[in-house]
Design a protein around this ligand. Structure first.
Ligand SMILES: [Zn+2]
Length: 259
């Protein structure tokens, strides 16, 4: 049957799904095959935090073009218009099940969620805010790796965010890292992997170097290589959580860790 204006196709099983139900009721998870589709930072925020509790911080920060990289400014402007964000990350203070938290949520629609200097700076400030206000921290990662258009300025965000995570942890504060599809590169190699509890959505692709890069230096990779399921099996994740259950898991963890 041809798709109508009101239906969408599952990217994995090709099922035709009623668009409104797919977005509002199923939160972009296919009811036929359970594939978790991409979701915007604003949609995730609505799914995870208490209504009306979010106070956005640093939302005026945006990337410059320090290397004068071809087409970079145009891509930044295009994706800002598409996502309603000025950068690849939403960050602030919110409540989850009544618990105040510092929270940061990536948006894959903003240059693939790649981590540039603004993502690094916003993550760092979010963690510092959590430390100053003695709040638990939740970071929902989605990242296509570090942003090549910003070169070393992007790469240095790994050390900066990781060092800030350590200070938050040394203050005895709790960090839940939520990994979503895809989480790659420098994010995986820094703040995304430093949660005290690390959970992921089903089927999320998570890794450092991408599978094509690794396949070029090794003959054969396991079928489910760099998936949440593979990482859970190898001890790199604590749990895989269906999107519809993520908020209640966060609330349980926050209650468990509350002083
Ligand atoms: Zn499907």
């Amino acid at each position: 049957m041809a798709a109508t204006m009101e239906s969408v196709s599952c990217r994995k099983c090709d099922a035709q799904l009623a668009k409104q139900e797919f977005i509002e009721k199923n939160h972009r998870v296919c009811p036929e095959c359970n594939h978790h589709h991409f979701m915007s930072a604003f949609e995730r925020l609505e799914l995870l935090v208490d209504d009306g509790s979010f106070e956005s911080h640093d939302d005026g920060l945006y990337s410059l073009d320090p290397l004068e990289f071809p087409d970079y400014v145009e891509k930044l402007e295009r994706d800002a218009a598409k996502t309603g964000l000025k950068s690849e990350l939403l960050a602030g203070i919110a409540k989850v099940g009544g618990h105040p938290v510092a929270i940061a949520i990536g948006d894959v629609g903003f240059i693939g969620g790649t981590c540039g200097s603004v993502m690094g700076e916003k993550v760092t400030r979010c963690i510092e805010r959590a430390t100053e206000q003695e709040l638990p921290l939740i970071i929902v990662s989605v990242s296509g790796g570090m942003r090549m258009q910003e070169g070393t300025l992007a790469l240095m965000q790994m050390a900066k965010t990781a060092a800030t995570c350590v200070k938050h942890s040394e203050a005895g504060l709790f960090f839940i890292s939520v990994l979503t599809d895809p989480t790659f590169g420098g994010a995986t190699a820094s703040f995304s992997s430093l949660g005290h509890v690390i959970v992921a959505e089903p089927g999320a692709r998570i890794g450092f170097a991408g599978p094509l890069a690794i396949a070029s230096i090794r003959e054969k990779l396991p079928d489910n290589f760099q998936t949440a399921e593979f990482l859970l099996e190898h001890g790199l994740l604590d749990r895989i959580v269906h999107r519809s259950e993520m908020r209640s898991l966060l609330i349980n963890l926050l209650e468990f860790s509350a002083p």
